[in-house]
Ligand binder design. Structure first.
Ligand SMILES: *Cc1c(COP(=O)(O)O)cnc(C)c1O
Length: 460
């Protein structure tokens, strides 16, 4: 297929979901009602929703058919056994514990192995992972390679862990580290992959220090595809084969099936350690449900079991990663500043670079995200000073970067939707000098990006 430059979606449409056209005036009114917070919009006032790729993908015909096989027996449902087989086909861990989503797996695991004085290294903790580590009193430490902090640095595996830093940390905090985590792909670092060589080196460091290694596997298939594409000697291997090698290096994992499970809900926790699994199952029963369904209905288990078979398909992964890169390349060619190289599931616009006249404490990311919605009905997500600028002591400071993430739901939008999004971003970027900053008029004491209300600052 490399002869042609047009990306062909490896599916055709079987059931359509209408999206609603709105005018600039209607969207301006919706913004006022929402206090300029895009989380407060009614989703049917959004034309193209790039807020997140989590649970927003389209399921296949075969997943909907599998749902009809959902068996809602409380214990030992056949749907559970199909789920278990599908998970263990890729991740042959001895114990698999179903949960309603990824953060429930994190909550259970860190309740057992976290606690005051403990420390958990990761390439970069995802926000719920960090929150669940810290909620137990443990410390969450990010040890991604230096390139991972630089939006402009080009590196094929920008999600890699800094092995020297990990080794030093495991030496200095010997006895405090109960697990090393590695997030594939590194979501908070821009969806950047981790190489197989780096995973082997992390494993060796863990062995030297006698510490277990767990995967945060949310985007395992996208990570495996990057390995096949970019890592020397991996080009001829099948995706399931690469995934099984990744799994063989770890002692367990947490997973959100809302990402590479191709499902709208679900997750799991898995491990080889019998005693740890027993403690986790006891907590599961307390908060999620019985050990053969976790927080899920039988039909959800079926959708995930089928999704895991589809997500490792090479036609799907080629399309997925190519279409994300297509979006990024078109914007880069138009001179829009963005984080490079492009990750698997999203592209990140550099609002601070695009809007130098808006200081970080007037929220350039918010200004850009609001403009994309007002002009084109596109909803992205500010990842910057609104999200990270508020500190527990009540003070405020600029975040490291002011980005707008445009996350791409799986199998949901067509090439022309992406072409439209490119046109809208370009239109807004050409008028960047006209955008104005915001002030916050109302906010909670933490996680303010979800509920804060804003007012537009007057132009000078
Ligand atoms: C989404 C995500 C989680 C949490 O999963 P939920 O299903 O949203 O609870 C954890 N880690 C990473 C890397 C994620 O992307």
């Amino acid at each position: 297929m490399d002869r042609w430059k047009t990306i062909v979606e490896p599916f055709r449409i079987h059931s359509v979901e209408p999206v609603r056209m709105t005018t600039v005036a209607e969207r301006s009114a919706a913004l006022e009602v929402a206090g300029y917070n895009l989380f407060n919009l009614h989703a049917d006032d959004v034309l193209i929703d790039l807020l997140t790729d989590s649970g927003t993908g389209a399921m296949s015909r075969d997943q909907w058919a599998a749902i009809q096989h959902g068996d809602e027996s409380y214990a030992g449902s056949p749907s559970w056994f199909r789920f278990l087989e599908s998970v263990q086909e890729l991740f042959p861990f001895k114990h698999v514990i179903p949960t309603h989503q990824g953060r429930a797996a994190e909550k259970i695991l860190f309740s057992v192995i976290g606690g005051p004085g403990k420390a958990i290294p990761n390439n970069t903790h995802f926000d719920t992972t960090r929150a669940n580590v810290e909620a137990t009193g443990a410390e969450a430490v990010d040890l991604v390679i230096p390139e991972g902090h630089d939006p402009a640095a080009i590196h094929p595996f920008k999600g890699n862990m800094d092995i020297a830093a990990l080794d030093a940390f495991l030496t200095s905090r010997a006895g405090d580290v109960t697990v090393v985590f590695v997030t594939i792909t590194n979501n908070s670092g821009g969806g950047q992959p981790v190489s197989l060589a780096n995973l082997h080196a992390i494993r060796e460091a863990c062995d030297r220090h006698g510490v277990p290694l767990f995967l945060d596997g949310c985007r395992f298939a996208e990570n495996a595809w990057f390995i096949k594409l970019r890592e020397p000697g991996q080009g001829e291997r099948s995706i399931p084969d690469i995934v099984r090698e990744i799994a063989s290096l770890a002692d367990g994992m947490t997973m959100s099936a809302k990402k590479d499970g191709l499902a709208n809900i679900g997750g799991w926790l898995a491990m080889n350690d019998d005693a740890l699994a027993e403690q986790c199952r006891n907590l599961l029963i307390l908060t999620e449900g019985f050990v053969t369904y976790g927080g899920l209905a039988g039909r959800d288990l079926e959708a995930i079991a089928q999704g895991l078979r589809e997500v490792v398909d090479e036609d799907y992964l080629r399309y997925r990663i190519q279409s994300t890169a297509y979006f990024g390349e078109a914007l880069a060619a138009a001179g829009v500043p963005l984080v490079q190289p492009f990750g698997g599931h999203a592209i990140y616009l550099d609002a601070r670079a695009l809007l130098p006249h808006i200081p970080p404490l007037e929220y350039p990311g918010q200004a850009l995200a609001v403009a994309l919605y007002r002009e084109g009905g596109i909803r992205g997500c500010e990842i910057g000073t609104v999200m990270f600028g508020q500190h527990p002591d009540g003070s405020e400071a600029p975040a490291a970067m002011d980005l707008v993430r445009l996350a791409i739901p799986r199998r949901t939008y067509t090439q022309s939707h992406i072409d439209y999004a490119i046109e809208v971003v370009q239109y807004v970027a050409e008028r960047a000098a006209e955008l104005r900053g915001f002030r916050i008029v109302q906010q909670p004491s933490a996680l303010r990006h979800f509920t804060a209300r804003f007012d537009l600052l007057e132009g000078s």
